[in-house]
Write a protein that binds this ligand. Structure first.
Ligand SMILES: Cc1cc2nc3c(=O)[nH]c(=O)nc-3n(C[C@H](O)[C@H](O)[C@H](O)COP(=O)(O)OP(=O)(O)OC[C@H]3O[C@@H](n4cnc5c(N)ncnc54)[C@H](O)[C@@H]3O)c2cc1C
Length: 304
């Protein structure tokens, strides 16, 4: 039987990643420019990884099927992003964010990785602010927080109801800065069709240029799949039709493990109205749909 090894470092939960970071092998600055990294996807994950790796000195190639990196589906996110900065002094801590996230994930998430996420959550906000993301602020100028997802503390950083759009604009400008400097090569309107394995390691991709139809081979010492969610495998979804798991599926066919495929977010805006007890958000989006102000693919309009 195959064993899914997520390679979480040894040690106590507070030390796993910190210890790993202080002891893992490093690449000499002079050698970084000889290492090529392929990133499939230019949403919040891909754009952030690409700009950070390029800033460190690696040679990066980014692929996305949209006409611009700016059109990744991250643009749709609304509510906000959680970080344990404890700005409200309401008792928040890294441990509380870790615990709430594990609980919110029905105790199924990998604890080591969730702890790391909680640990770096504050830095992520700082990075976004440095990239120019206009998070909501108090009248005094400090960053504002709201409570989100039923938590007992206010730790959500937000930009009105368009946090994803503002975050993506920030990540996009960091990415385009590196494109301008020549450290990132951007391949928009390119669809990854397959991954290339050499000696059991993923060392490249096959992609189609969606304008000319030409097939291309690209080499990378490492390949990052940042190809987003896959809500469209379900009948009801407000995700863009491209969020359809094709990239991860190809990697899976080449031997990569796929953990918890059932574990995906269903957004309340895609639940059809079935009674008076449904949240206003759903009803509001439903009335927008019926108005034709939110486009719903024909095959999904059964309930209108
Ligand atoms: C309506 C909505 C509201 C949300 N609200 C929140 C919220 O309040 N807070 C929160 O934390 N999260 C929220 N989320 C979730 C969050 O937005 C996503 O998890 C996150 O943005 C995903 O980012 P990503 O970079 O992984 O993927 P995406 O932004 O979807 O990017 C995927 C990228 O992969 C590329 N790609 C995919 N397949 C291929 C291929 N075969 N070849 C080439 N390129 C490919 C695409 O072109 C795209 O560039 C929300 C999501 C939605 C839809």
């Amino acid at each position: 039987m195959s064993v899914l090894d997520s390679k979480i470092p040894e040690g106590s939960i507070e030390q796993k990643w910190t210890k790993y970071k202080s002891t893992c092998a490093l690449v000499n600055p002079a050698n970084k420019r000889n290492i090529e990294i392929i990133i499939v996807g230019s949403g919040l994950a891909g754009a952030a990884a690409a700009s950070s790796l390029a800033e460190l000195g690696y040679k990066v190639k980014v692929f996305c099927f949209q006409d611009s990196a700016r059109r990744a589906h991250s643009i749709a996110a609304q509510g906000g992003i959680n970080a344990a900065k404890n700005y409200q002094n309401d008792g928040d801590s890294i441990y509380r964010l870790f615990y709430d996230t594990i609980k919110g994930g029905d105790y199924r998430a990998r604890e080591g990785n969730v702890y790391r996420l909680a640990e770096v959550s504050g830095n992520i906000i700082d990075q976004c602010v440095a990239q120019g993301v206009p998070f909501a602020r108090e009248y005094g100028g400090l960053l504002s927080n709201r409570s989100f997802g039923g938590t007992q503390v206010q730790r959500t950083f937000y930009a009105a109801g368009q946090t994803g759009q503002q975050l993506l604009l920030g990540a996009y400008s960091a990415l385009m800065r590196q494109v301008g400097m020549g450290s990132v090569q951007m391949f928009s309107r390119h669809e990854m069709l397959d991954v290339v394995n050499i000696d059991g390691k993923c060392r490249g991709i096959i992609a189609r240029d969606l304008i000319s139809g030409k097939l291309e081979r690209h080499f990378g010492h490492a390949v990052l799949l940042c190809s987003g969610g896959y809500g469209n495998v379900f009948y009801l979804s407000t995700n863009a039709m491209g969020s359809n798991v094709t990239a991860a599926w190809k990697a899976n066919k080449r031997g990569a493990f796929f953990g918890n495929p059932c574990y995906t977010q269903i957004h309340p805006t895609c639940i059809p109205v079935s009674g008076d007890h449904q949240s206003k958000l759903t009803l509001m989006s439903e009335s927008l749909r019926n108005d034709g102000r939110i486009w719903v693919p024909k095959q999904k309009r059964r309930y209108t």
